[in-house]
Design a binder for this molecule. Structure first.
Ligand code: THU
Length: 135
């Protein structure tokens, strides 16, 4: 998936705007995501923490699950914004891999600088994907 600079900038900006709605009173590590599907729709997500810590969910998975719950299974690109351009956790990598290893991942910092970009395949080598379930 090839994106021009403006498309990247705009997706990162949406992720950063969503990030303001992060519910992260325990870690104070606020994360925003914006996922664009092949149909052109954009689903945002934020991390949502819980006083029962393991109940917390990451921004990336919120965006993925919002899309899937609306019947959107084909993704082009996800932008993830954190203060320091941190990369997705293992669970989020797995959740993204379920829907395609080619999805582009843009990592940006709180100033909306694109820090790194890669595919889900880069993030999760030797991924366990739905085709591996076939007998
Ligand atoms: N977090 C995300 O939202 N995405 C990631 O990929 C890494 C971690 C959140 C979970 C938790 O609310 C906070 O960041 C600190 O781990």
């Amino acid at each position: 998936m090839k994106l021009n600079k403006e498309e990247k900038r705009s997706l990162i900006s949406l992720a950063n705007e969503a990030r303001r709605r992060a519910y992260a009173p325990y870690s104070n590590y606020r994360v925003g995501a914006a996922l664009r599907t092949k149909s052109g729709r954009i689903y945002t997500g934020v991390n949502i923490e819980s006083a029962a810590y393991p109940t917390t969910i990451c921004a990336e998975r919120v965006a993925v699950y919002k899309a899937v719950s609306e019947g959107e299974l084909d993704f082009d690109v996800i932008a993830v914004v954190t203060e320091n351009g941190g990369s997705p956790c293992g669970s989020c990598r797995q959740a993204l891999a379920e829907f395609g290893l080619k999805t582009l991942v843009l990592l940006a910092d709180g100033k909306e600088n694109l820090v790194k970009e890669m595919t889900v395949a880069d993030l999760l080598p030797e991924a366990f994907t739905p085709d591996k379930m076939k007998k």
